[in-house]
Design a protein around this ligand. Structure first.
Ligand SMILES: [Zn+2]
Length: 252
């Protein structure tokens, strides 16, 4: 799953390895952060195909080593693989509780987890806990320390002319002395700069070549994303439009 291409990327140092096995707007985005000391895994967003991508690493370690899932927002291309992941973990007999972080008010994850628990209540061998986070909050495990910043994102759920944002957050993650940041989906805003600044490695969405509707900015352009990335020591751009999706007018 290593290598670099339009939809695949990876980075590592002595402490952490970051894999983006696949990311495309309107299809799926998954970011896999692995502690090189402990083998523990943090998943940031769980796009369609995330189990397939994790299996491509060649082992089943993630079944037990998955420490935390951090969701940036509820759009389908960021959460679409969660049902499959939960099903796979159940099938493989995971016993450790699974914590999932979401932005406060995110209805999609609550619905998926509620439905999954209803279907498999009697045979689910692990707890699933959902924590709602908002700008300024944090969440620490023994292996990953996360800071949360609210970002500005909305999609086609907004049928008004008003500038209504959906629940959306970015994460700043400490693994030892390394700090990794992930913007999720967002237009340019101050908290994005705060999120990325001085991090060792930034994962930045760069969906647009240019804004299709300057009055209603949903995503970053590649130029905006590159300028933002200069505030980090190193960065990659993800969440680009799929080639087959040129007709997609409103990427998520
Ligand atoms: Zn989105």
């Amino acid at each position: 799953m290593s290598g670099t291409s339009k939809h695949t990327n990876s980075w590592e140092n002595d402490e952490v390895r970051v894999d983006v096995p696949y990311s495309a707007a309107g299809v799926g985005t998954t970011v896999v952060v692995t502690s090189r000391f402990t083998g523990k895994v943090l998943l940031m967003d769980v796009g369609d195909g995330s189990v397939r991508d994790l299996l491509a690493k060649g082992n089943l370690d993630f079944v037990t080593e998955l420490d935390l899932i951090a969701i940036t927002h509820g759009h389908f291309d960021h959460v679409g693989g969660l049902w499959t992941l939960l099903g796979f973990l159940r099938m493989l007999g995971r016993e450790e509780a699974l914590n999932i972080l979401v932005p406060t008010g995110c209805v999609e994850i609550a619905s998926i987890v509620k439905g999954f628990k209803e279907c498999y209540f009697d045979t689910l061998g692990f707890q699933i806990n959902v924590f709602q986070l908002q700008h300024g909050s944090g969440f620490d495990t023994d292996f990953f320390k996360l800071k949360v910043m609210g970002v500005e994102h909305y999609g086609s759920e907004n049928i008004t002319d008003k500038d209504m944002l959906m629940p959306a957050i970015g994460y700043r993650v400490s693994i030892g002395n390394t700090i990794v940041s992930f913007t999720g989906d967002s237009r340019m805003c101050q908290s994005l700069e705060d999120l990325v600044t001085d991090t060792d490695f930034a994962i930045i969405e760069a969906t647009y070549e240019q804004h299709p509707n300057p009055a209603q900015k949903v995503h970053l352009t590649e130029i905006e994303a590159r300028n933002l990335g200069k505030k980090a020591k190193e960065f990659i751009l993800i969440h680009k439009k799929p080639d087959a999706g040129k007709g997609v007018s409103s990427p998520r």
